[in-house]
Ligand binder design. Structure first.
Ligand code: AMP
Length: 530
């Protein structure tokens, strides 16, 4: 761990175990909402926080709660959320924060079999994150006890009110001890929320992101609603971006992951974050300045104090946690009157955070669609044409003319040229059979019984995988009838499973890089030993 992290999160007087968990999560410094909320929460204050998804609000309440849980005497914190998706997301985040401190968090929501939740609740958890309806259900069945709850969080309170959960929320409050700390987070503060807080909170302190004057540079600003962010970056790099790009990720882990994803796709990228030594940083910056790397991925902390010009595009791979950070990030491009473009990726849930940034920074961020695969091809076409024209103009290809003439004896001119272009474009990859063809070939030789294909899965007995796990996962994920799955042989470190020939490609597509019982799966056609 570097000094800075300890200092940053350490300044909030957090337990070492929590600081270490935050380090593993790749957090470098508290977000503004965290810096404002955590000290108040640790001092025992009730809090009203104006914040939405994307600001780091979950950790803002999750960190002080985890810090305050020191024993295992039942459910001590309850978080109410409007939707199951949010319940799951919040539970995942709090579980990560609590991992080293061994504090357990469980999401409880409608739509999941209640028996499973009852069992999980019985096994003991300290923090429950639930949707109001399902919690009421558990309370009626007496399958959850809330008499030890010392912390209550109402997350996305305005959404819960909009969805008509007020009565449920009030009913749940009746089960809680009056001696407790309550935190309410909401993007907006309509009157019903304020009256709810008056009734149920003690002298709450309000926390909102500061609204100081921000000057937005005069550059083009766009946002993209994306599902697959890696694919989104690739599209932009392939179809339109020219010049140097600075990509911002929220965490160190985010920087590393994107660095690996883009490098393995052949882009010249470097990552920069707080864990690098000064030497490593210098090396990365040198490459970026000299142009041997065109894409730099960084956290906010790492980018601070960087002295780089000529950045044509800034991409906010993760939406900034506050408007100020947005303005700082995009100010990296368009320096000295040069044209600059800032592009922000958002997920559907982060739309409100985008609107807040627009409002506070007094700017307009235009919606755009990602370039299409056709745009990418069109650009490649233009680039290839222009490169070949340059070679023709330079007239420097004489040694290759006899080879071309040989080829023209056997092939049509367009075919021969196309093959040469492919080789020039793709290098040795052009010599391999196309992926689909190779897959079809591989599928013919797996040693499966007639009509079946045998697949190799990289997990087995050591991961406590059972025949039922394999059948269930494949049947559900690939959407094929369980009875169609053939023989399954489980070994210590791997498993063979037979599926019908007709379903093999579907199973591979659905299962590869998916998980079984939480284990990441590689699955491929089995190879026959010769
Ligand atoms: P939230 O606003 O709670 O939904 O959080 C949005 C995202 O920001 C989540 O992926 C968090 O893991 C991440 N995040 C929260 N706090 C920090 C931080 N201090 N540094 C970096 N990422 C954070």
């Amino acid at each position: 761990m570097t000094e800075t992290q300890q200092e940053y999160f350490g300044e909030l007087l957090l337990d070492k175990k929590i600081v270490s968990a935050l380090h593993h999560m790749g957090f470098e410094e508290p977000s503004p909402i965290q810096a404002a909320t955590i000290p108040l929460a640790l001092a025992g204050e009730d809090i009203i926080g104006q914040a939405q998804t994307g600001t780091g609000k979950t950790a803002a309440f999750g960190i002080p709660i985890v810090q305050n849980i020191t024993d295992r005497r039942g459910v001590q914190a309850l978080v109410l959320t409007p939707t199951r998706e949010l319940a799951i997301q919040v539970a995942e985040e709090i579980s990560k924060i609590g991992r080293t401190a061994h504090v357990r968090a469980l999401p409880v929501y409608g739509g999941q079999p209640i028996e499973r939740q009852i069992k999980a609740l019985k096994s003991g958890v300290e923090i429950v994150i639930g949707t109001p309806g399902r919690l009421i259900d558990h309370l009626n069945r007496r399958t959850i006890k809330l008499d030890k709850v010392r912390f209550l969080v109402l997350d996305e309170a305005d959404e819960m009110l909009d969805m008509g959960f007020v009565d449920d929320i009030e009913a749940i409050m009746d089960y809680l001890p009056p001696e407790r700390q309550t935190m309410l987070f909401s993007a907006t503060m309509p009157r019903p929320i304020l009256s709810l807080s008056k009734r149920y909170m003690k002298a709450p302190k309000t926390v909102a992101i500061t609204k100081e004057e921000l000057t937005v540079p005069n550059i083009q600003q766009y946002y993209f609603e994306v599902k697959d962010k890696v694919e989104g970056v690739c599209r932009l790099l392939d179809a339109e971006i020219e010049g140097k790009v600075l990509i911002f990720c929220r965490t160190k882990k985010g920087v590393d992951d994107l660095n690996i994803a883009l490098s393995s796709r052949g882009y010249l990228v470097e990552g920069l974050h707080g864990d690098l030594s000064q030497n490593q940083r210098d090396r990365v910056m040198k490459k970026f300045r000299e142009g041997s790397c065109e894409v730099l991925i960084a956290t906010d902390v790492a980018a601070r104090g960087l002295d780089i010009d000529n950045i044509s595009h800034v991409i906010n791979y993760d939406i900034p946690q506050d408007p100020e950070s947005y303005v700082h990030r995009i100010g990296r491009t368009g320096r000295y009157g040069a044209e600059g473009v800032a592009m922000t990726f958002i997920t559907a849930r982060e739309f409100r955070q985008l609107k807040l940034i627009e409002r506070i920074a007094c700017t307009h961020i235009k919606r755009r669609q990602l370039p299409t695969a056709d745009n990418v091809i069109e650009r490649q076409r233009e680039q290839i044409l222009s490169k070949v024209r340059t070679v023709l103009e330079l007239n420097s290809f004489a040694p290759y003319v006899p080879i071309a003439e040989d080829l023209l004896e056997d092939y049509e001119a367009a075919e021969a040229l196309a093959a040469a272009l492919k080789l020039g474009q793709e290098g040795p990859k052009a010599l391999e059979a196309p992926a689909e063809e190779k897959l079809r070939e591989d599928l013919q030789n797996t040693g499966g019984r007639p009509g079946m294909v045998r697949l190799f899965v990289n997990i087995g007995r050591s991961q406590k995988i059972t025949v039922r796990d394999i059948i269930n996962s494949i049947a559900i994920e690939a959407d094929i009838p369980a009875r169609d799955i053939g023989q399954i042989s489980i070994y210590d470190r791997f498993t063979f499973v037979e599926v019908p020939e007709a379903a093999a490609e579907k199973v591979l597509a659905a299962m590869d890089r998916n998980t079984i019982k939480g284990y990441r799966v590689n699955i491929e056609p089995a190879k026959l030993r010769r």
